[in-house]
Design a protein around this ligand. Sequence first.
Ligand code: ADP
Length: 198
Amino acid sequence: MVNIVIFGPPGAGKGTQAQKIAQAYGITHIATGDIFRREIRSGSSLGEQIKALVESGRLVPDELTVEVLRSALEQQPTAAGFLFDGFPRTNAQAEALDRLLASMGKKVDVVIALDVPQEELVKRLLQRARQQGRADDNEAVIRRRFEEYQRKTAPVQDYYAQQGKLQHIPGVGTIDEVFGRIRQVLDPYFLKQTDGAA
Ligand code: ADP
């Protein structure tokens, strides 16, 4: 069982790399942004509560987000491992994740931080806006998402650095180049696992 957090600013490519990681290592991908967008589309009461926040680039409150994550974890009792994408986004969420995993006898093993320069991020997000039409990919909302990231999410890196779990990966290059770098970091964790006693 290897549990991974993929971390990075908006537009760093977390979702793209997360799909490749989950497939390559056979672990379960949990993306809070995807869960929230699904809830909004479904018109559920949770969706109603969070629509304005997500679409204006603000974070969903920790308590709600942690509940959503808890329920996603409970729906996957047989997962071989988890890849958390877009979570944790605050120190309080990071602490809650540790508690949740501990209650299941699990822990975060490694955190992959994708590093991408700001100007490249803005370029990617505006391009995604044109291609996919996500409601939170326009200039004003993108600016808000970066502010939220700088203020609340970037500090989460220190939380994991203090635990010796943070691994920085340059997030610029082709999708496969970036994925190759990620594999170099992750492969040893999965080898250790199959060696059993080693
Ligand atoms: P990005 O492409 O910017 O990484 P995501 O798809 O991960 O965005 O998330 C989109 C939006 O969903 C965020 O801007 C935020 O409003 C909400 N959201 C997702 N995950 C969280 C979280 N862990 N805590 C609070 N809000 C979240």
